[in-house]
Design a protein around this ligand. Structure first.
Ligand SMILES: Nc1ncnc2c1ncn2[C@@H]1O[C@H](COP(=O)(O)OP(=O)(O)OP(=O)(O)O)[C@@H](O)[C@H]1O
Length: 615
């Protein structure tokens, strides 16, 4: 049954949704309200004109008949114009809302941190919010205003009908209830079905992506994956269809059966009214009026009740959007802790701890310190890093070495505060990273990851985006291109710096893997103020000569800066002042190249292996 709490819950998100719509466009919301009111009273007036026509006919008054027919024509025309106006406003408001709400969803996505994006549950929430967010708010408004409209109309019809019999009003109300209860229940089932499906829907979208995306096209063709993936796609799609079909059939069957109840009630009342008219207690005009009032009152009442069902469904979907928008961001969580206050200006590169914590006061230390740092990815039991104690003095160049999966990239993710340590802490210049203003911290660090982004933008922007404030600074752009080794890329591709990169847009130039890497390196060199530079295997796709050139430039550039390089190539690694070997998430060895060779441990072993490979 439709419990009271469920009924109350069905409206919980209506006020915030109405506020959202109001903010989006006040003029359209007001127009929608006004036209809805007009739509509420016109049917009453039309019914009344109908009665007057019949009475005039019965009285054999030709002039009055014509007059009332013209009045009804005018009212019907006004109603038609009103309907067109309503649908136009809905269309405009819908488009506006879709833009505004999707903008808010993306704005929220920007304020969230990396762990959210690597969390499948978050992804489901984002998908759900995006899927319905642009259409549901409008439906909430339409439904709310529609309910208001129908209430006014219904009140008018009920007032008319009471003139005949209060029982008629009661029958009208009671007969409509079962259909509505069924509608609410089915809305709930439909919502749950779609929410349960979220992970599976993501699988479906992923299969679509793999099958129809340029990045995967080579492998899909060469490995002959197409038919297998398409079969999986179809099987998943078929199971969705089967669930939808079953629900639609049940919903349709119940709706039909219960609507028969309403029809029965109508004909019961119709019979009573007709018999009363036959005994002469009602005029023909009154009979027409009461029959129209009952039929249309029944429709209005059913609309109200099914609006409640609709509102319930829309509110369930809106709960997805509001829950998504309410996800606390890292900044909010940090702010909520006593460590920090927000709103620090992010222009100076001076380290600004937001509020000195007892742990971080009065330190003259310059450099990065890992103090007993351990980290587990969310939902994982295995430590990706464990018990790491390390101090990297400012200005030192450090190389991280280790097998695949040893924890090197995780080390960088913690240092750049993409993640926070599960235990221990990281200090920069003596202050806990968590107390740093995020923007200031990120301005100090320039990073190129192995899976760097390839923006489908012009070359100029692909580089310039490294420091958005200097996007149009030509000399800086030229220096960054030079340092990243990308000057030559700009020189040889048609269109030079203004060439559109990638294949997504017409006329785009696709670069080779190595050329993309040079562009990514150049992007990181746009951050000239950054005093910590991190290269996480950014040269893997470069040929040996290009890599050597990049590191020569890198060394020159890194004078006085802290640099951290992750590489599997020893000619690169040995250039570093200090080398740290990570294994299974722990620091195994550290020292200079010569010290580590002399120690004849894991580093020496790896070095010997690679030397053999090269000889
Ligand atoms: N987002 C993630 N969620 C869960 N586990 C992860 C995630 N990223 C990495 N890991 C796990 O953490 C461990 C360390 O990964 P990390 O990427 O730091 O290794 P790495 O030393 O950089 O390896 P490579 O040389 O292959 O780049 C691995 O076991 C990996 O499976």
């Amino acid at each position: 049954m439709l419990g009271l709490s469920r009924l109350r819950g069905s409206f919980a998100y209506t006020p915030p949704t109405l506020r959202l719509v109001w903010k989006s466009s006040r003029a359209s919301t007001l127009a929608l309200g006004a036209l809805t009111l007009v739509a509420a009273v016109l049917p009453l007036a039309i019914a009344f004109a109908g009665k007057a026509i019949v009475d005039a006919v019965v009285a054999r008054d030709g002039a009055a008949t014509l007059r009332w027919v013209l009045v009804e024509l005018g009212l019907v025309a006004a109603l038609a114009a009103n309907q067109r106006g309503l649908s136009l406003i809905r269309q405009l408001l819908g488009a506006r809302l879709a833009m505004d709400i999707n903008g808010r969803i993306l704005e929220k996505a920007l304020s969230l941190e990396l762990p959210h994006f690597e969390d499948p549950e978050f992804y489901d929430q984002l998908t759900r919010a995006r899927r319905e967010a642009s259409s549901r708010p409008l439906s909430v408004v339409t439904e709310s205003f529609g309910t208001l409209q129908n209430l006014i109309t219904l009140a008018g019809y009920a007032a008319l009908l009471i003139g005949f019999s209060p029982w008629a009003v009661l029958v009208l109300v009671v007969a409509a209830i079962p259909a509505t209860v069924a509608e609410v229940r089915f809305s709930n089932t439909a919502f749950r079905l779609r929410n349960w499906r979220s992970p599976e829907s993501r699988k479906l979208s992923y299969l679509e992506h793999v099958l129809a995306n340029d990045n995967h096209a080579k492998e899909v063709k060469l490995l002959g994956l197409g038919p297998e993936l398409l079969t999986r796609y179809r099987a998943l799609g078929a199971s969705f269809y089967e669930e939808d079909r079953r629900l639609a059939l049940r919903r349709g069957g119940w709706a039909f059966g219960l609507s028969l109840l309403g029809t029965g009630a109508f004909y019961g009342c119709y019979a009573v009214m007709a018999l009363t008219a036959a005994t002469g207690k009602l005029t023909l005009g009154e009979l027409t009026l009461y029959v129209a009032a009952f039929r249309q009152g029944q429709q209005a009442f059913q609309s109200i009740l099914s609006s409640v069902g609709g509102m319930y469904e829309h509110n369930l979907y809106m709960s997805n959007l509001f829950q998504y928008l309410a996800i606390p961001t890292t900044e909010q969580r940090v702010t909520a802790s006593p460590l920090a206050t927000p709103g620090q200006e992010a222009s100076s590169l001076e380290p600004r701890a937001v509020m000195p914590s007892s742990a971080s006061v009065a330190s003259e230390e310059r450099g990065i310190r890992f103090e007993g740092v351990g980290f587990r990815y969310p939902g994982q039991t295995r430590w990706a890093l464990h018990d790491v104690h390390l101090f990297i003095p400012a200005g030192q160049s450090l190389a991280l070495v280790g097998h695949n999966g040893a924890g090197k990239t995780t080390f960088i993710k913690l240092l750049t505060r993409l993640y926070e340590p599960t235990e221990g802490r990281i200090l920069l210049d003596g202050r806990d990273l968590r107390t740093w203003d995020m923007a200031v911290l990120r301005e100090r660090i320039g990073v190129v990851f192995q899976d760097f982004a390839q923006y489908q933008f012009p070359l100029r922007e692909n580089v310039g985006l490294g420091s958005i404030a200097h996007l149009h600074d030509e000399p800086r752009l030229a220096r960054a291109l030079e340092r990243g080794g990308a000057t030559e890329v700009a020189a040889i591709i048609p269109g030079g710096l203004d060439a559109q990169l990638g294949r997504w847009f017409k006329g785009g130039v696709e670069l080779s893997g190595g050329q993309w890497q040079k562009v990514a390196l150049a992007r990181s060199f746009m951050r000239e103020e950054a005093d910590i530079l991190v290269l996480d295997e950014p040269t893997a796709a470069l040929d040996a000569e290009a890599e050597h050139a990049v590191f020569e430039r890198f060394r020159a550039l890194s004078e006085g800066r802290t640099t951290i390089v992750i590489s599997h190539r020893f000619p690169t690694v040995r250039m570093a002042d200090r080398i740290v070997v990570i294994e299974g998430g722990e620091v195994l060895e550290e020292g200079t190249h010569d010290e580590l060779l002399a120690r004849a441990g894991r580093y020496a072993q790896l070095f010997a292996l690679q030397a053999e490979g090269y000889s």
